[in-house]
Design a protein around this ligand. Structure first.
Ligand code: HEM
Length: 435
């Protein structure tokens, strides 16, 4: 992994307010010992002061059981931890028993050192179809085909498909925590939050790609200046948690953790994960559309006409009302020349209930505004059906191609794509297909 391309961080940037938040983004994006030291205001790695962990045996069986630890608003919408690191991992050799023990011991060290939750750390370790392909036996019990990008624009040839072995997703409210955990897991620090770290992942895995993300009201607005694809005039509203300017992940448009959990077979208690990195073209999103048009494209023309959304989604409660306008979608395409993203995606529900649990976050990778889109679902086919609904090919008949107001297709470019099995905690260390 090459850290030479990341911007250097200097302590003079380590000030207060917005510049402090920009500084934090840069250090999390940079990673490494210098970034961690800078994040801890130069007080040294031992200055990390996070709530201590617990006995790993007491943690939930599901690696993806994050919701009960996350804050919930008055509508029951679950919040997200602010800082994220996504590490693609490749095995250094064929996995054996010692490697399994090492991986498990390393992850347990983190759990003992830090509280399982946003004030400490949340993480999942997932495995690609390519990882399982090394075994003779297939993972029939899990719906996890090889990753095959679904995109609207065929010119998206730069999609980097994950053909490595695994992905580690780290999340915390504290940027220093995600950096410190990464350091400890890869042998760059033998202590974490005052606890000794014994085994590490370093002999087993190498990091082949490192992506970062952040989410929260005010953060995209703080970070919009000077990014590629963001027009002048700071168009991202101050309160928006995401770069396109709207809230997302309302309680009633998210699947529950139960709904995304695999029910039977060797990986019962696990889930599947889709992860894609998207670059946003906010130049045209903000310059070519007024607020009403943005609401129509993101939600539906009816949401726009009724001013149902507000500036960033504050008029919506627990639900977006997208299911109320799914039956009108062809009329909207014909009469308004627009269909909404949420309106299209609500068609992928099952019996009116969402099947995807989205945990997407913003990114400024490559100094461009983007989204790290992550969703959990019981079966990858449920993700595929939703992503195909997003393509909206059935609206081509109304002249709504991928460069027309067919949801938000026009403003996004897919840059990377991967699929993973997130096993239950008990089999997260280099699982075999049959366990
Ligand atoms: C830049 C990219 C994207 C942005 C800014 C975005 C934003 C949003 C927003 C604002 C909503 C409505 C609020 C909510 O229900 O949470 C929504 C709904 C949704 N989006 Fe996206 N989204 C993006 C990409 C994707 C992708 C790649 C998928 C993959 C399938 C997806 C799947 C969904 C689903 C399933 C819903 C809920 C629909 C329902 O109500 O059942 N989104 N999105």
């Amino acid at each position: 992994m090459d850290r030479s391309e990341v911007p250097a961080v200097t302590s003079s940037e380590n000030e207060s307010g917005a510049s402090r938040r920009q500084f934090v983004r840069r250090v999390v994006a940079a990673g490494g010992a210098t970034a961690l030291a800078a994040c801890l205001d130069g007080q040294g790695r031992d200055a990390l002061d996070a709530p201590p962990g617990s006995d790993p045996e007491t943690l939930p069986d599901r690696q993806h059981a994050w919701n009960q630890t996350l804050p919930t608003d008055s509508d029951g919408t679950v919040g997200r931890a602010s800082h994220h690191v996504f590490l693609r991992l490749a095995l250094t050799s064929a996995p054996n028993r010692t490697d399994r023990e090492r991986v498990e011991a390393a992850l347990r060290s983190v759990e003992r050192a830090l509280e399982w939750g946003p004030d400490g750390v949340l993480f999942t370790l997932g495995y690609t179809p390519a990882y399982f392909n090394r075994y003779e036996q297939s993972i029939d019990a899990v719906d996890l085909p090889d990753p095959d990008p679904i995109t609207a624009i065929t010119a998206e040839s730069r999609i980097d498909v994950d053909d490595g072995d695994a992905m580690l997703h780290l999340a915390s409210e504290d940027p220093a925590v995600v950096l410190a955990v990464e350091e400890a897991l890869f042998g760059e620090n033998d202590s974490l939050n005052g606890h000794d770290v014994g085994e590490t992942l370093a002999p087993v895995f190498e990091r082949t790609n490192r992506r970062t993300g952040f989410v929260g009201s005010g953060l995209p607005a703080d970070r919009q200046t000077g990014l590629d694809g963001v027009p002048e005039g700071e168009p991202v509203p101050e309160e928006a948690p995401f770069f396109m300017g709207f809230r997302s992940g309302f309680r009633k448009s998210q699947a529950t953790e139960d709904r995304v959990t695999i029910r039977s077979g060797p990986f019962a208690g696990g889930t599947t994960q889709h992860f894609e990195s998207i670059e946003l073209n906010l130049d045209i999103w903000f310059d070519d559309n007024d607020h009403e048009q943005r609401v129509a494209r993101m939600f539906s023309p009816e949401h726009a006409a009724e001013e149902a959304v507000g500036t960033v989604g504050e008029r919506l409660g627990a639900a977006t009302g997208a299911t109320d306008v799914t039956d009108d979608i062809h009329d909207h395409a014909r009469e308004h020349g627009t269909v909404g993203h949420a309106q299209k995606l609500a068609q992928a529900r099952e019996d009116g209930e969402p099947v995807l649990l989205r945990r997407d976050v913003n990114t400024t990778e490559g100094d461009a505004a983007g989204l790290q889109f992550l969703s959990l679902q019981r079966r990858m086919s449920e993700f595929t059906a939703a992503r195909e609904a997003m393509l909206g090919e059935r609206f081509h008949q109304y002249g709504l191609g991928p460069r027309q107001p067919n949801g938000i297709l026009q403003y996004i470019r897919v840059r990377s794509w991967g699929s993973y099995l997130i096993p239950p905690r008990g089999s997260r260390a280099l699982p075999r297909p049959s366990q």
